[in-house]
Design a protein around this ligand. Structure first.
Ligand code: G3H
Length: 526
């Protein structure tokens, strides 16, 4: 495959950005130490494009950030965790307004750093802004529900959700803004304080937002670091001072970080991990519709989504026709630069094309064929989507989360074949089920709902809309994220209880009227 190097329109050209600032304890500090260069795999003049530099921080800076976050939480006595909910929400509203002014810069960097196409890059930004507004509304709702006293068994209770403490927040490269903020925003809005390190790719795009964080929140609430996980995240975990590990990424990173923490029961986990979501295509599925959904499910953003369809089980009675039509549809997809807004774009990880080639080679050696003409065609930053059939357990592609444009297809005779494979799998996030006979679909949905956490009927797997629960079984997730659930994942129910005696009642009434407590309040947030 030829490398496509088009003239870059002026509005999408970039100048290297020296990101030499970081945020600790409310101060934007200048980094004077070692730096790492950030490249895009998109070439200019035949070479990867230098996008800028980021600090390569050492452990002492990481521990300084931890100290700032601990100080801001101050064992629950800090300004932020004790602040009135309405005041915290005001800070968040200020932040989102400031963030919105950086839309164009962030979107341009999304295109260059992680090669996401233009419309999806805008979508990522706008979806994140919507998520913040929805979170503000959801918290008002939650707070309203707590604005009362219950009375049971002779005990008054004023029950609310309180923060957990200090959160270490680590996001993934495929949604460096959206998924990271879907952790960070609910974490801080609930009164926790946070240390946040951007992913390896999609890091420069955080730089324009440092000032917005600094100007919107009290010192130490959000601390932003740059560099390697082993020099930053590992030493922070080792201190045992982290209360929540919020990570979207691979389970191996999550496990190794947990292992560093000396007090396992103190550590709450909010994790979105890898998956191998299957598509199951029943004999009566509408193939036009199914192929359209399978293209989007397997190849949106080149399959680099935890929710991507990563294996297709097709009934043997229709597999030949499905394969023919699906392969043709794959070969019709357009590849280009992100700003050209093509469906297929370069792969941001320099080592990815070689890894995908290795999967193809291994599958071929074990009896699979590349079905589509362009499958596996290679350039420096791309390996064209390859439709592989028949895939078996002998192949790496069967087991590994390819996280890229290679699509394994397996034909089945009995429905128990895909069900057994799902039950044996280490993963359990979602499934797509294609068919229309309700006598078959009904019992299948009942089984699938117990193997994964979302059954998509005649629809590709996806995370959104963000109000719906996003989680998984086994090695695919810990805790649930959604606008509603994330507020709960980053908080704990805590309450004031008091025996119903005239003495206590009189004090409670005075306490409420005095407005001395931000926790004890029946104020109703509108
Ligand atoms: O990488 C996993 C993302 O959560 C997927 O989100 O389904 O909206 O692309 P999405």
């Amino acid at each position: 495959m030829n490398t496509i190097t088009t003239q870059i329109p002026e509005e999408f050209q970039v100048q290297p950005l020296a990101c030499d600032e970081y945020l600790i304890n409310g101060k934007i500090k200048k980094w004077k130490g070692a730096t790492s260069e950030v490249y895009s795999v998109i070439p200019t003049e035949g070479q990867p494009t230098l996008l800028g530099t980021i600090p390569d921080m050492e452990t002492d800076t990481a521990l300084e950030a931890l100290e700032a976050a601990e100080k801001a939480f101050n064992r629950g006595q800090g300004l932020w965790p004790t602040m009135k909910v309405g005041e915290r929400l005001k800070c968040m509203e200020i932040f989102v307004e400031k963030m919105k002014t950086h839309r164009e810069e962030v979107v341009k960097l999304l295109m260059w750093e992680i090669c996401k196409n233009k419309s999806d890059s805008y979508k990522e930004f706008d979806r994140t802004v919507d998520y913040i507004y929805d979170t503000i509304d959801a918290y008002k709702n939650l707070d309203r529900k707590g604005a009362k006293f219950d009375m049971q068994g002779g005990v008054y209770a004023h029950i609310r959700r309180g923060p957990l403490g200090v959160v270490l927040c680590l996001g993934p490269y495929n949604y460096p803004l959206n998924e990271t903020f879907c952790l960070l925003i609910p974490a801080i809005i609930m009164g926790n304080t946070a240390i946040f390190k951007p992913a390896k790719h999609g890091v420069l795009l955080i730089a324009p937002l440092l000032k917005a964080f600094q100007e919107s929140f009290p010192p130490g609430v959000v601390n932003i670091l740059f560099g390697r996980g082993r020099k930053i995240a590992t030493p922070i975990m080792k201190t045992g001072a982290i209360d929540v590990l919020a990570l979207i990424g691979h389970s191996s990173s999550a496990v190794s970080l947990q292992d560093q923490h000396p007090n396992k029961n103190r550590l709450r986990l909010v994790l979105g991990l890898e998956a191998k979501n299957p598509g199951i295509i029943l004999p009566d599925a509408d193939l036009d519709h199914t192929i359209k959904e399978c293209i989007s499910g397997t190849l949106s953003y080149n399959g680099q989504r935890c929710t991507a369809l990563k294996v297709l089980y097709v009934h043997e009675s229709i597999v030949d026709e499905f394969n023919r039509r699906f392969s043709k549809a794959v070969d019709e997809l357009q590849y280009g630069m992100p700003w050209e807004d093509t469906f297929l774009t370069p792969l941001p990880e320099p080592s990815k094309p070689a890894y995908l080639q290795e999967l193809i080679k291994d599958a071929k050696a074990n009896g699979a064929k590349v079905l589509n003409k362009k499958g596996g065609q290679l350039s420096e930053n791309y390996s064209y989507p390859a439709v592989m059939y028949p895939v078996t357990e002998k192949m790496k592609l069967y087991h590994e989360e390819q996280f890229g444009p290679v699509i394994p297809i397996i034909s089945y005779k009995e429905i128990d074949e895909p069900l057994d494979a799902m039950a044996a799998s280490e993963y359990g996030q979602q499934v797509s089920l294609f068919g229309r006979d309700v006598t078959k679909l009904g019992p299948l949905v009942d089984t699938l709902a117990n193997l994964v956490c979302r059954v998509n009927l005649n629809s590709a797997c996806q995370r959104g809309p963000d109000v719906y629960p996003f989680t998984g079984r086994k090695n695919s997730a810990v805790s649930t994220l959604s606008v509603y659930d994330a507020l709960r994942s980053f908080s704990i129910r805590t309450f004031l209880a008091s025996k119903d005696t005239p003495y206590n009642k009189e004090i409670l009434e005075r306490l409420l009227r005095s407005e001395q407590s931000n926790f004890v309040s029946t104020d109703y947030l509108l």
